[in-house]
Design a binder for this molecule. Structure first.
Ligand code: UD1
Ligand code: CA
Length: 460
């Protein structure tokens, strides 16, 4: 039997109080819906359908052709959302895994287990439930005297007695396509909110078909995110889970509660991560690297034995044995060679360096191609912007750049060049050249008395 998935993701997420559609809201810098689709892709499911509505283009832009889309123009409830896919799914022989788009911690192995139970029990509808100590906000499971699932009651429609029930509806179901989607047309909207609740399908299905349930053991997997507090809770679960995996794999973490590692980050064993460090996006960190404290790394590659302290690294590469920081900023495809030193208050943007190059203090390197063995003196900068356009700087090997040098781009500096401190270089310097570009010093002897008031001597 073919297996489908239907993710209900058309809602705005009003309780989030943000403009981004809830399912696109990031958790550890990655949209919630991506976690869900990634896990469905890893599971036994063959085809994924998504119901979109509010700002659908934002979600489509994230997922592109990883799913098929159906639209719910007006958000009239979870049952109404599922109806939008009826026309398609009713015709497809098989079972469909239905879930809300705001349950980001779903795990592919659980999806597989749900399918196994559904098929082995010959269910036409399997409701996935969980036991929560604090069930507030979730629909409650009403069972009959034989323990069979009878119906689901939404919290706002529940009596005080029903609210005491700790078994909740996770919003996840597996259904037999033909039976479920043909009956879905009969769903009404007589409830506190006047919405079409998918949960009312339990009663309808019970009349004709076999309804069963699957109790989820790991509660966080089915956790629904409804507001920004929920986002922080999901983030906490995910952080703990991810950090644990890395530590077991040989990554040392000092004070791991303060360390945040994104879902797709690869870290080799033998890496040390210090407190208050966030590593996200498509990042790869090789063995021997020491990252942090107080560091952010996003979409970057960090090679063997690199040391990064108190720094920001975005969309960049740092090659082996290089040290970065404290307080350095690499961004926009900076590619730092091996055995470099990028030190205090140095910013590197869209530039590359060879091996053994140093910019130890207070430098700006932008749109530059820099060779090996170059020494950037303190306060030296590439002047890459003329107010309208950005221009490139090319610097050869073994170049010594004196302190406080301005290199006004476009500019080419050959190998083995020496630039005197304080120069403003506006013309290319050929190989082996020495350049000095500043006014000569004038010294007037015995002249300071006109400028400095003599200090009065203090009498005792
Ligand atoms: C729903 C369930 C509740 C369950 C909980 C689990 C119903 C009526 N209630 O409540 O029993 O305990 O999930 O998390 O189903 N959506 C649409 N179109 C709509 C309305 C919603 O696509 O018209 C989507 C939303 O984008 C969201 C999902 O359905 O991703 C769930 O909607 P939400 O409003 O969060 O439902 P809950 O109130 O949490
Ligand atoms: Ca929800």
């Amino acid at each position: 039997m073919k297996k489908y998935a239907l993710v209900l993701a058309a809602g705005k997420g009003t309780r989030m109080k943000t403009d981004i559609p809830k399912v696109a809201f990031p958790i550890l810098r990655k949209p919630m819906i991506e976690y869900i689709v990634e896990n469905i892709e890893k599971s036994v499911v063959d085809d994924i359908y998504l119901v979109l509505g509010y700002k659908r283009e934002v979600v489509e832009d994230i997922l592109k052709n990883r799913a098929k889309y159906v639209y719910q123009e007006e958000q009239l409830g979870t049952g109404h959302a599922a109806m939008q896919a009826s026309a398609v799914l009713e015709k497809l022989d098989g079972n469909t895994f239905i879930m809300p788009g705001d349950v980001p911690l779903i795990w592919y192995k659980s999806i597989n287990r749900m399918f196994t139970l559904h098929e082995e029990s010959n269910n036409d509808l399997t409701v996935v439930t969980a036991h929560y100590d604090d069930p507030e906000g979730y629909g409650r499971i009403i069972r009959n005297e034989h323990g069979m699932i009878e119906r689901i009651i939404e919290e706002r429609d529940a009596t005080d007695e029903q609210k005491e029930i700790k078994e909740v509806n996770t919003g996840i179901y597996i259904v037999n396509n033909k039976k479920f989607f043909s009956l879905l047309k009969k769903l009404g909207n007589k409830n506190a909110k006047g919405e079409y609740y998918i949960t009312d399908m339990v009663e309808l299905m019970n009349k004709k078909y076999k309804v069963g349930s699957y109790l989820i053991k790991n509660n966080s997997i089915a956790m629904g995110v409804n507001d920004l507090y929920g986002i922080s809770k999901a983030e906490k679960y995910l952080r703990e889970y991810i950090n644990k995996e890395h530590m077991i794999n040989g990554v040392s973490m000092i004070n791991p509660e303060t360390i945040t590692i994104g879902h797709n980050v690869i870290i080799e064993p033998g890496v040390t991560i210090n407190p208050n460090t966030t590593i996200t996006g498509k990042t790869y960190i090789r063995t021997g690297a020491i990252i942090g404290p107080n560091t952010e790394v996003h979409n970057s590659q960090i090679f063997e034995n690199v040391v990064i302290k108190h720094s920001l690294i975005y969309d960049s590469i740092v090659r082996e044995e290089t040290t970065v920081g404290p307080f350095a900023h690499l961004r926009d495809h900076a590619d730092i060679g091996s055995h470099n030193r990028i030190g205090n208050f140095v910013e590197v943007k869209k530039s590359s360096t060879g091996h053994d190059t140093k910019a130890s203090h207070l430098a700006y390197i932008g749109d530059a191609t820099i060779g090996s063995g170059v020494n950037f003196g303190c306060g030296s900068i590439t002047v890459n912007y003329d107010g309208i356009n950005k221009h490139p700087t090319i610097i050869g090997d073994n170049v010594f750049i004196g302190c406080n040098t301005n290199m006004v781009a476009p500019l080419k500096i050959g190998n083995n060049v020496f630039i005197a401190a304080g120069s403003t270089v506006t013309k290319d310097i050929p190989e082996n050249g020495f350049a000095i570009a500043r006014s000569r010093q004038v010294t007037k002897e015995d002249y300071s008395k006109y400028l400095i008031k003599p200090k009065e001597k203090k009498t005792e």
